[in-house]
Design a protein around this ligand. Sequence first.
Ligand code: PLP
Length: 403
Amino acid sequence: MDYNKFFSSALNTLKSEGRYRVFNDIKRTLGNFPNAIHYSDSKEKEVSVWCSNDYLGMGQNKKVLKAMHEAIDSAGAGSGGTRNISGTSHYHVMLEKELADLHDKESALLFTSGYISNEASLSTIASILPDCVVLSDELNHASMIQGMKNSRAERFIFKHNNPKHLEQILQNIHPDRPKLVAFESVYSMDGDIAPIKELCEVSKNSNALTYLDEVHAVGMYGPRGGGIAEREGLMDELDIIEGTLAKAYGTMGGYVASSRDIIDVIRSFASSFIFTTSLPPAIAAGALASVKHLKESDKERIIHQARAKSLKEKLRQTGIVVMPSESHIVPILVGDPVLCKKASDLLLSDHSIYVQPINYPTVPKGKERLRITPNPLHDEKMIDNLVESLKIVWKQLNISSVN
Ligand SMILES: *Cc1c(COP(=O)(O)O)cnc(C)c1O
């Protein structure tokens, strides 16, 4: 075997399909968010970032930064161990209490990322329940799919946001078998929102456990930032709620909130929770400050929604195809991987606007898009500038629009 030849040809396949991933090298500038310095070869320039998941700008919130500085000064850099062996700091414990309260659950468990929290929780629950069946929305995130696969439980995929299809599948499963239904609230690539009430009703009729990924909703929806389930008064219908501290909360880490015993089972059996060093105390402290702030403050959420609405309206007036999103996410359809990358490159080189192209396998082939995420710190002038720049690039590349 010529290993070098094999690896380079695997990469060449990606390149020829236009979906080779190129990372943009940026440094976010504190006090000047959402702007950043972009580095290329020997040049540096200021760009405006329109694809960050730091949805509310909490990554530079003063309270968050202060909490992180104080934690470093009082507790040092790393946690020093796994949760079991000296790595449970008081910051971790306080954050878990805060997260349990956020979702009105008995307990919560913190992980090093949202990805791990999904992988660990779904694989543990579905493998420990004897002969468990998992039912998964067809557009679930890679981390949920991986967790379900790792459980080796039998798995059925239901059509996206389709309670009727879920019901049909559930009716054909023996009533005595344990069942776990997993879905998201806000789907991050389309920005659509799950019919949580209906999905829970159908699940509960078959005595299934319900698992909700609220990664793209926590901090941003609900009176205290508890997510879509909080907004709709449905948190009690969910057995397990999962979230991240890395998106709207602006820091890092993931978690699940649930009953005391379910959390204790995940804590006790999940390999990727047990055998890894816990988050640095300063990160837990920053996340705690962020969650607390967004429990009390509605300002960020209100401006965020207004910006997203304004951007969608302004884009629609131009004829650029805005995919039907019900949330803060503004996906615009390109429909071709090479054009999508070109559009992104032109925005960056000619207009100092950074929007990462989203190609297969993150989205289906033919649905390549620019996924724009406005935040409260993008003002109307910046929105106008984005819209004008998109118009120019769309025209230049002849990307199809509505009129
Ligand atoms: C980003 C994401 C995750 C993973 O969260 P991280 O904290 O970034 O690891 C999980 N689920 C969904 C739907 C996501 O988009």
